[in-house]
Write a protein of this length. Structure first.
Length: 268
């Protein structure tokens, strides 16, 4: 048995197929974890959705911001590019979107001491708090009033976490942390204007995983989202968005046993 996590695919189906072949993946024995952003930008997004859905119990997917763009597209047509419109027009679109809407925003395996999210975790949240807050958003996504969630989903505020947040503000903050976070202040105020690698002039802003006293530092967090950083390997953080859709690589990391990375180059 092997458990591999795979970085942001963003519609790069050909590279995904080659990577899985290289892993010698056996769905009867192995597990694949996906850090989100299955779709958008790449040329074969709908094929990625169909393939990953077909893996059934041998896969675990957490939602990324681009997956949420797809789910929200019916209520925000101005934000929907050609690729998302093609998915929405497919004969099996309803089934695919229903399946995608049922995916979690956080996946925690205490036996592996591993928490998987798409982008990151707020510095004040420990692993159990992260999962509990993710479940609040998941209930909204799967519930009968999910249209209301998607209509109110976009926005950069509130930028500060408080357990007293309620309603739309609370759900938006949780969603933004798990699917969009990169930089924040030493006290945990979110910043979405910076997307590149950390630079000295960004001070006092720091990457979310470098905030002093981060409550989730006791577990290994597996995530993607920040392609400008490339591969980050630390005892507490594995970031595996290696920019396949930008012409670089698609990367998998083995999570059970010794850490092992497997990558393939993007198709020219």
């Amino acid at each position: 048995m092997a458990i591999y996590a795979i970085g942001d695919i963003q519609g790069c189906y050909d590279e995904l197929a080659r990577l899985i072949d290289k892993l010698r993946f056996d769905p009867a024995r192995d597990e694949l974890w996906f850090v989100g952003d299955l779709v958008n930008r790449g040329p074969r997004s709908i094929d990625v959705l169909r393939f990953v859905r077909g893996l059934e119990d041998s896969s675990t997917v957490v939602l990324g911001n681009h997956d949420l763009h797809l789910l929200a597209a019916p209520w925000h047509p101005d934000r929907s590019g050609e690729i998302l419109r093609e998915i929405l027009a497919a004969d099996d679109a309803e089934e695919l979107l229903h399946w995608l809407r049922g995916r979690p925003l956080a996946h925690y395996r205490p036996d592996l001491n591993t928490l998987m999210v798409h982008a990151g975790v707020h510095p004040a949240w420990d692993p159990l708090t992260t999962v509990k807050l993710a479940r609040e958003v998941e209930r909204a996504l799967r519930g009968p009033n999910h249209a209301r969630f998607f209509r109110k989903m976009y926005g950069d505020k509130p930028a500060r976490w408080s357990p007293d947040l309620t309603g739309t503000k609370r759900l938006r903050f949780i969603t933004n942390c798990l699917t969009r976070i990169r930089f924040c202040s030493p006290k945990g105020k979110l910043n979405f204007s910076l997307k590149g690698p950390p630079e000295s002039e960004h001070a006092p802003l720091v990457p979310w995983f470098d905030v002093a006293g981060r409550a989730s530092r006791s577990v290994r967090i597996v995530c993607g989202h920040w392609s400008a950083l490339g591969l980050v390997q630390r005892p507490d953080v594995l970031m595996i968005d290696t920019g396949c859709v930008w012409g670089r690589q698609l990367t998998a990391v083995r999570l059970d046993g010794p850490t092992r990375f497997v990558s393939i180059d993007a198709v020219d």
